[in-house]
Every structure is written in structure tokens, then in C-alpha cells.
Ligand binder design. Structure first.
Ligand SMILES: [Zn+2]
Length: 304
């Protein structure tokens, strides 16, 4: 996998990485965004916030913005910031195949760092261990030991058994419409590691009978990634979400978009703690006074 190095500008070193460090561990993050690794690093090095990290990894490559022998401000914990390498996994707000491929590339990068320092897998830690945060939210939701197994695989080590972490499928009966303009792959199981068995065109309406994580099983017993679909019922409530007043519940803030999906342009961001009203719900998206938001990252204060 390609690693692209971007140099921290001289005049930003005092903000982004003022101290020399001897790293002792890797701290894994999710960006809680939907931008590429280069966009994340460019944004990080371009602003004057005391927020920084060493690597961002997306579905195509890793981009390094800070040298490993300098500290960075990513762990929300001062002593840890002075002895760790921060790795951000991109597209955690997008989810689906692009996030899974970003995680796979992060596992490749992390395995190469472990080898270089002669470290064991115990040196791989995650943000939430050191600060009051849900980061790395999607990696934890999908299973931390599952992610460690991806790194073990890169190291040529045996996986450890994690039956208790495996998500069981829950049955459902709902209709979804394919929103990916290029169509959506159908696979033999719930994940991109399963064989492609077909594809559904844009706008195809499918009935989903089981859900497992981000994946749904069709009546043909194929699995599709539900990130690239929207539920077809256009009602005032859908799934678990009801119309009501909500509060943003993610430290990274919540993107407000022009439509109900991550494929729509971002208009603004509600910062963490922002309270907003909802007018319409489609799937896990809600229309708010400023645009559409994903309710997975908000807390219902009360239903109307
Ligand atoms: Zn983090």
C-alpha cells in the first residue's frame, strides 16, 4: 500500500507537533467523517487547532502528516500524546465497503509499524481507552478484536477466536431502494470478503429479510451493503427513529447535508451538543432546519 508523506509546514510545528517523542504505542481513531486521507491531512495541517495525528488511511492509501518521532494531539490525554503514533481511519461516517477497505489498509500500515519497531499487537490501542469519546466509533461497533485479527493476518499470525463479538443477524421485513448511481453488488454473505454473486441497478427496490451490521439479506438470499440504499417508506417515523427534538452526540460534530445520504453535499456541521428539531425521517436520516443529518449520531431528547 502506498504511503504519501506530506510535510508539516515549519510555521505549524509549534502547534501540531512541538515536542520530540519516542513512540511506545499506536492509537487507532476513526475520522467520524467522509473525506479522503489526503483531505483529512491537508485540513489538519492547514488549520491552527491543537489537533493533529501522524497518519490518515483511506481505501486507497495512507497519508502521513507528522513524523513518528514528534508528538501529536490526538489521544485527548497529554502523556499518551507524548508517546504514541495516531492513526485515523477515514470514511467512518460513510461506512460500507469504502470504510471496510480503509480499515484493511489501516491494518496493513499498523502491521508495518509494529514490524519496524519490533512491537507486539499489545501496542495497538484505541482512543476510547484514554479519553471520554466513542472514537474509533465504527471500528469498535464492528468489533475491536476483529480489527486486531486483520492486523494479525498482516503479521502472519493466527487469528484469535471471537465468537462473542460476531454480530448475529436480526430478522426484519423492510423495503429499500438502491441509491448508488453505479448500482450495488450482491454478495454471498454479509461483508466484502464474500463472493460477488450479482448486482442491483440504481433505484431497484428490494425487500430485506435480515440485517447484520451494515448488511441486509434480500429475498434471493443475497447480501447487500445497506449504506448504499435508503428505506422506501417516507413516513414520519422509520425503524427506531421518531420525529422529535434531538441533540448531537458525537465529538466530531454532525454533518448537515442537502439530502438524506452521505452522497449529498455537506452544507454545514452541527457541533457536538447542538439541539435540533426534525421535520421528516427517511431511514436513519432526518430533515432539520438546516438540512439532512444522520440520526445515528444524535440522541433523542423527546418525541413530538
Ligand atoms: Zn479519536
Amino acid at each position: 500500500m502506498q504511503i504519501t508523506k506530506v510535510n508539516c509546514p515549519e510555521n505549524k510545528i509549534g502547534i501540531k507537533c512541538p515536542y520530540i517523542q519516542t513512540p511506545e504505542m499506536i492509537v487507532v481513531h476513526n475520522t467520524a467523517g467522509s473525506s479522503s486521507a489526503m483531505a483529512e491531512v491537508s485540513y489538519m495541517l492547514g488549520n491552527n487547532n491543537y489537533v493533529s495525528f501522524h497518519y490518515a488511511v483511506d481505501n486507497e492509501r495512507a497519508v502521513q502528516g507528522i513524523d513518528e518521532n514528534r508528538c501529536a494531539w490526538h489521544a485527548g490525554n497529554y502523556p499518551i500524546n507524548l508517546k504514541s503514533i495516531g492513526v485515523e481511519i477515514c470514511y467512518s461516517m460513510t461506512g460500507g465497503e469504502i470504510f471496510e477497505q480503509s480499515e484493511r489498509n489501516a491494518a496493513i500500515l499498523i502491521a508495518s509499524i509494529l514490524k519496524r519497531y519490533g512491537w507486539g499487537i499489545d501496542r495497538v490501542r484505541y482512543h476510547k481507552e484514554f479519553a471520554n469519546t466513542s472514537c474509533p466509533h465504527r471500528t469498535l461497533e464492528k468489533g475491536w478484536n476483529r480489527f486486531l485479527n486483520m492486523i494479525r493476518e498482516q503479521l502472519g499470525q493466527a487469528s484469535i477466536n471471537i465468537p462473542q463479538e460476531q454480530k448475529s443477524a436480526t430478522s426484519t421485513n423492510k423495503q429499500v431502494r438502491v441509491t448508488a448511481s453505479q448500482g450495488l453488488n450482491a454478495r454471498s454473505g454479509a461483508g466484502i470478503n464474500y463472493a460477488k454473486v450479482g448486482a442491483y441497478a440504481y433505484n431497484t427496490v428490494l425487500t430485506i429479510t435480515e440485517v447484520c451490521g451494515d448488511w441486509g439479506k434480500t429475498t434471493n438470499n443475497n447480501w447487500i451493503c445497506l449504506t448504499y440504499t435508503s428505506e422506501t417508506n417516507n413516513n414520519t417515523s422509520s425503524g427506531n427513529y421518531k420525529l422529535g427534538r434531538y441533540r448531537v452526540n458525537t465529538s466530531a460534530g454532525l454533518n448537515v447535508r442537502t439530502g438524506a445520504g452521505t452522497n449529498y453535499a455537506r452544507k454545514k456541521t452541527y457541533s457536538n451538543g447542538t439541539i435540533f428539531d426534525t421535520y421528516q425521517i427517511i431511514g436513519n436520516w432526518a430533515r432539520t432546519p438546516s438540512g439532512w443529518v444522520c440520526l445515528d449520531y444524535a440522541k433523542l431528547l423527546y418525541a413530538y
